[in-house]
Unconditional design. Structure first.
Length: 342
């Protein structure tokens, strides 16, 4: 009897693992639909409180929706125009920047060779021609990017307009299950807090880096500021990746001292906001350990592509909260958590 029970437990465990693998495979196959939908949900969570806030100042629901929608569209169009123009100009100048970069790198390599240190673009894993090809491909995909953005905008618009009805539906369906009600309430609260603080922190990071680079005279400072804002949503590695294109342009158009100042600007801003200010407002944060966040980046990046890197923390957080709401899976939630609740 004991052996039969253990056999059944093993079968159930294997079936659970198989179900998880099938679900992840399905998400990976449908990432072109899943990623925009999830992004729309998280943007809605961030934007819907603004609609409710505008409604509180005696503005009708429809009018408040139109105000927020117009502001949202204006911001997207403005930043989209800045990014597209900067990338187009940067792509046109890339061969020139490549030649200057290789010249600077050759000078540094000549000095280091005296000490027996070999330094070249191949050793550093830098291929400017590949970067040019990627930028050209990005420009060719502008139509696809715009259509995806429009799809997300339409979904966000409907979700925001129906947010009050959606809240009522969630409360209705969670009445029969206390665990479901607890999960939804905790998830919504944690997600709103994370997205709000992360958006403000990312905006401050992008603005300070953009202003610092502009004061230093770095070309395309606005583009690098926007890039820093966007990549700051990717935990740990986003802020590191953001510095490389800026450093490439600085080395190609300015001197070594300016490049050092560029690194210093990124370092000071990211340490001050990411390691000091942001954790203070988040408090215990989302309850995820650093290893869980990194594992989430790997998992969701593999399953959902680049979009998964931006969605890694919210998705891992929702998974952790869902696992914690069930006694049988609470031990997995504890493994993902940054603390042990007794």
């Amino acid at each position: 009897m004991s052996n039969l029970g253990e056999s059944l437990k093993l079968q159930m465990s294997l079936m659970s693992v198989a179900c998880v693998v099938i679900i992840l495979a399905g998400l990976k196959a449908a990432q072109a639909i899943v990623v925009p939908f999830l992004l729309a949900i998280f943007i809605t969570v961030l934007v819907s409180p603004l609609v409710l806030y505008v409604q509180k100042i005696r503005v009708g629901r429809v009018f408040s929706f139109l105000i927020i929608t117009f502001a949202f569209v204006a911001i997207i169009v403005f930043f989209g125009a800045v990014i597209f123009d900067a990338i187009k100009e940067f792509s046109a100048r890339l061969p020139e920047l490549q030649a200057k970069f290789e010249e600077v790198l050759g000078g540094v390599s000549a000095k280091l060779s005296r000490f027996g240190i070999e330094l070249n673009a191949a050793n550093l894993g830098i291929d400017p021609s590949e970067a040019a090809a990627q930028l050209s491909a990005l420009l060719r995909k502008t139509g696809s990017i715009v259509s995806t953005g429009f799809f997300i905008f339409i979904m966000v618009s409907f979700m925001v307009f129906e947010s009050s009805v959606i809240d009522e539906k969630i409360r209705y369906f969670s009445q029969s299950s206390r665990a479901t009600h607890t999960f939804v309430k905790k998830f919504a609260s944690s997600l709103k807090k994370y997205l709000l603080i992360k958006t403000i922190a990312s905006a401050c990071t992008g603005a300070l880096i953009g202003l610092g680079l502009w004061a230093l005279g770095v070309p395309y400072a606005a583009l690098w500021g926007i890039l820093a804002f966007v990549l700051n949503f990717i935990p740990t590695i986003g802020s590191i990746v953001a510095v490389f294109p800026t450093l490439f342009v600085t080395l190609a158009t300015m001197d070594i001292s300016s490049s050092i100042w560029t690194i210093a600007i990124y370092l000071v801003v990211n340490v001050a906001i990411g390691n000091i200010i942001e954790p203070r407002f988040l408090g215990q944060g989302l309850g995820l350990s650093t290893i869980s966040v990194l594992a989430g980046l790997l998992l969701w990046g593999f399953v959902l592509g680049i979009g998964g890197l931006f969605l890694a923390v919210p998705l891992t957080m929702s998974l952790q909260i869902a696992l914690a709401s069930n006694d049988k899976t609470r031990f997995i939630a504890t493994l993902l958590s940054n603390k042990v609740e007794r």
